[in-house]
Design a protein around this ligand. Structure first.
Ligand code: GLA
Length: 729
């Protein structure tokens, strides 16, 4: 068992291969306190850290100073309103309007494996890979049962947490805040790392000093968003890729979130994560439960590399599911940047014919195939094939593509409704809107009110019936706007505050149904590029479109930030046209291929129109993908240099688990005069193995390559990329 309860000391200890986490029960009132999270410990005698002998720490004997106790005790799950003035994880309003709650331990369960979370995506594992602790706690006065759920993994350094709340009282109450996880710890003079961005500029890494007071990252856009990411890391000042202590949290949820760190008057830190409180109010009837989404916690004593490895291993083994979990994905060509809305059957077939000759394996038909959708201002919701465009129908097109030996994929934006659509004309109340107020449009569209089961069923049936009508093997599920005007025509007044969360639950339900009915389908999530790239969506789709910006140089920072947490196999990455449609930059075709190789790999251009020299390169790129994709997908990823930090070059490496093979990618952004080569230091090779660089005679030892380095010749020109393939000699 990786989880033990030490009855005498009243301490719970959770172990992963390199980390330990300790929780203590304190005082007659059974407060649940956080003791330790850090390097793995052999012993557990850390109860002295609960300071139970010091005056404010025995509230049952010292009610006079109870407020001092509340305001500094390191709570495992802080509740609010009774004297803890740090931001709490939980608040409610009772039927008679009161707030304030406490939490006391009642009992616990420890068992092998991990429970599923009702209605929510979550990591999974059996008893051979993880153990679970449930701390059952109560507030008798308010009639609340809290179940704090912890799972410790045995094969990766991750601990997951979530909370289930049950109304055990005699009246309904309203949950106004239910965060999922919290760590109350001493401030080790931390810096804070978050990921920020915008459309076409997702997940850029930001590091800054953690100051007193509240700071963090949030979204209340109804999705995890382009702008902020449900991720937060507190790192000691000496943290680099290889050194320093890292405490990280990532939210397995795709809607509103709050990721925060508050430094208190006593220089302790409360790091917390959960559903954002903006317009959140959940009515909980007697006997009913509310399940909060899961947070993944990672501690690394070996810098950001250690953190990244833990997240990647967890997500590869314990989050991503389905047929493509461990499988190479077909190389696709998507017609969005090739044609936008201007296509028909013949145009798509001309792309497919050329693509199939070059070795591309799947045609994806993007936006514009349904209703009267000839521009982005109409027809969302009218999921009927436009046979003026697709002459002969969808099945004919798919069959023709299949005859070329290619698979066929299709784009949907199922959660939306255009004001100019047959669906809206028929059901104007189906859009999320405040009754009587004109709703805000974005990309000239509204969002469907997925809190209504009949709308969820409609959406599902439309998508599924298209998929049933032909041999469609891939779906790109898009979501191109934020939620505004939070109102539902159907929810009662005291449940309107449930809309944001019900919406996310419905998206999960839809994708759950879809992946069950079509188990062979390759699903790729997307949201105006990468605005919903989060572990919640990864549970349903093994890959997510990373960004609408496919420029090879912009992608360096986007993919670096994304790969800080998520495996390379999840990052949708394509070779796109030049000048690039987002930034107008011209980069070599070869460089675009090498940068896309670090993701799922595909094309987003009109292959019948690109220069012949570029077209000629595609079969080589296809071969490169087939040669390296197993390694890229399955190997361990390490960052060697960051262009966003050094403003000169980018470099990363993937090493196979047996360390017999490694692939280094080196991208020089702007060339510099009189500069012949640069030394890079490889990582995590076997120091005792000998490696040969493919295409060269020389053999180098692993230790030399790691500690003395490798001299990379300076490529000629700007935006140049090189692959260095090391094989055990
Ligand atoms: C979003 C996606 C794009 C494309 C368009 C279609 O922006 O990110 O890849 O599918 O929608 O409208």
């Amino acid at each position: 068992m990786s989880i033990t309860y030490f009855e005498k000391e009243r301490i719970f200890k959770l172990d992963t291969p390199n980390t330990s986490y300790m929780i203590g029960l304190v005082d007659e009132e059974n407060f649940v306190g956080h003791i330790y999270y850090g390097k793995r410990l052999a012993g557990h005698e850390a109860g002295y850290l609960m300071r139970t002998q010091e005056p404010p720490f025995v509230p049952s004997k010292n009610n006079r100073e109870r407020c001092s106790f509340y305001d500094c005790f390191p709570f495992e799950y802080p509740t609010g309103g009774l004297g803890d003035y740090r931001d709490s994880c939980f608040s409610l309003r009772t039927a008679n309007g009161n707030v304030g709650s406490s939490l006391s331990y009642v009992s616990h369960k420890i068992y092998g494996g991990k429970p599923a979370l009702e209605g929510l995506p979550a990591t999974f594992g059996e008893a051979d890979t993880c153990d679970t602790l449930e701390l059952i706690c109560e507030d008798k006065h308010a009639g609340i049962e809290y179940v704090l759920i912890y799972t410790a993994f045995k094969d990766t350094d991750a601990i997951t947490r979530s909370v289930r709340i049950r109304n055990i009282g005699n009246e309904p109450f309203y949950l106004t805040k239910v965060y999922s996880a919290c760590i109350d710890m001493d401030n080790k003079d931390f810096d804070m790392i978050t990921l920020h961005g915008s459309w076409a500029r997702e997940r850029h890494i930001q590091r800054k000093t953690l100051g007193f007071g509240m700071q963090g990252a949030t979204s209340f856009r109804g999705k995890s968003s382009h702008q902020n990411h449900p991720f937060l890391a507190l790192v000691t000042k000496n943290t680099t890729q290889e050194t320093g202590e890292v405490y990280a949290m990532n939210f397995v949820y795709s809607g509103n979130f709050c990721a925060q760190a508050e430094v208190s008057q006593f220089d302790s830190v409360r790091m917390a994560m959960g559903i954002h409180t903006e317009n959140f109010c959940w009515k909980l009837e007697c006997g009913k439960s509310f399940q909060a989404p899961e947070v993944v916690m990672v501690y690394s004593a070996t810098g950001l590399d250690g953190m990244t490895t833990a997240f990647h291993r967890l997500y590869k083994k314990h989050l991503i599911r389905g047929e493509y979990k461990d499988k190479k994905r077909p190389i696709l060509i998507n017609n969005w940047e090739a044609t936008y809305f201007n296509f028909d059957t013949e145009k798509l077939l001309s792309i497919a014919r050329e693509a199939s000759k070059l070795g591309i394996e799947m045609l994806v038909m993007d936006d514009g195939w349904f209703g009267k959708r000839n521009s982005d201002n109409c027809a969302l919701g009218d999921w009927y094939v436009n046979e003026d465009k697709l002459q002969g129908g969808l099945k004919y097109l798919v069959d023709e593509v299949n005859k070329l030996g290619m698979k066929f994929g299709i784009w949907f934006e199922p959660e939306m409704i255009s004001p100019d659509s047959d669906l809206y004309r028929e059901h104007p109340d189906w859009a999320i809107a405040i009754p009587g107020r004109k709703a805000t449009e974005s990309r000239q569209q509204y969002v469907l009110d997925l809190s209504r089961p009949e709308i969820v069923d409609y959406v599902y049936e439309r998508v599924a019936s298209v998929l049933r009508s032909a041999n469609i093997e891939y779906v790109k599920w898009d979501m191109n706007r934020e939620l505004t005007d939070l109102g539902s025509y159907c929810l009662p007044a005291d449940r309107q505050g449930e809309l944001y969360h019900r919406y996310v639950l419905a998206v999960y339900e839809l994708q759950d149904r879809l992946t069950k009915e079509f188990p062979h389908l390759l699903l790729e999530n997307c949201s105006g590029g990468g605005a919903r790239f989060d572990p919640g969506m990864l549970y349903f789709s093994p890959q997510i479109w990373c960004s609408d910006d496919a420029d090879a140089i912009e992608r360096l920072s986007i993919q670096e930030g994304t790969a800080l947490i998520y495996p390379l196999s999840t990052m949708g990455a394509h070779v796109a046209d030049c000048p690039n449609h987002t930034v107008g930059r011209v980069t070599p075709f070869e460089t675009r291929g090498i940068v896309a190789l670090a993701g799922t790999f595909g094309y987003e251009l009109d292959v019948t129109k690109i220069p012949q020299a570029d077209r000629d390169m595609i079969p080589e790129q296809v071969a490169m993908y087939h040669k390296y994709n197993d390694l890229v997908r399955q190997g361990d990823y390490y960052r060697i240099a960051s262009y966003s930090e050094n403003h000169q070059y980018d470099c990363w490496e993937v090493v196979s688990e047996d360390k017999k093979e490694a692939l280094v990618t080196y991208v020089q952004v702007l060339n510099r005069p009189n500069f012949k080569s640069r030394r890079i230091y490889l990582k995590e090779l076997d120091a005792n193995k000998l490696y040969r660089i493919e295409g060269e005679e020389a053999v180098y030892s692993g230790e030399l390559l790691m500690y003395a380095g490798l001299q990379v010749p300076n490529p000629w020109g700007d935006f140049q990329a090189r692959l260095i393939h090391l094989i055990e000699a």
